[in-house]
Design a protein around this ligand. Sequence first.
Ligand code: MN
Length: 205
Amino acid sequence: MAVYTLPELDYDYSALEPHISADIMQLHHSKHHQAYVTGANTALEQLAAARDTGNFATVSKLEKDLAFNLAGHINHSVFWKNMSPDGGGEPTGTLNDALSEYFAGFANFQKQFSEVALSIQGSGWSVLAWDTLGARLGVYQLYDQQNNLPAAQIPLLQLDMWEHAFYLQYRNVKADYVKAWWNVVNWTDVAARFERARTQTAGLI
Ligand code: MN
C-alpha cells in the first residue's frame, strides 16, 4: 500500500491560462509531482526492507531520497492549492495586516518574495512560511526541494522556480513568469493556511 498519493487539482490543467499554460500544468502535475510521490513511497519501502534485513549500508542515500521526494510532494501539494483561476490581487484582513507588519507593507513583501524567487542559483522555491518558534512570518529561499529551510516552518505560499515550472512557456525569462504568477495566487487559500498556522502551532517548538 502506497503511503503517499498524487492529489487531484481543484481546476483543469488549462484553468490558469494565459498565466500558466495547460502543457506546463499537465506535465508538472501528472509527471513531475507524480515522480516525487513515487520516489517518497519507494524510499519508505526501501527503508522498511533495510529494517527487515538489518542491512543499513545505503541508509544515508535512502534518507536523502526520502527528504528530497517527500519535500517535493509537500511543496507541490501546497503550490497547487496556492493557485486559482480566480486568484490575483491582494490579500485582505488579518493576512494583509501581518504581511504589512513583518515586511513593511504588501508591496515590499511582494518585492522581497519575487527577488528571492529570481535570485535562486539553480532549482528551488520562494516560500512564505509561519515560523512556529518565533510566531512570525518569514520568507525563505528553498533550494532543490528540501534545503535552506529551517525546521518547523509552516508553508503558506510557495512559488516553484524549477525550470519545469516555466520553461515551456517563458523560456529563460523568469521575471515574466513570476510577474504572471501573481495573477493566479489564491489569497483565500493562503489566508486559511495562515489562520491555521497562527492559531494551532503555539508551543509546538
Ligand atoms: Mn515543480
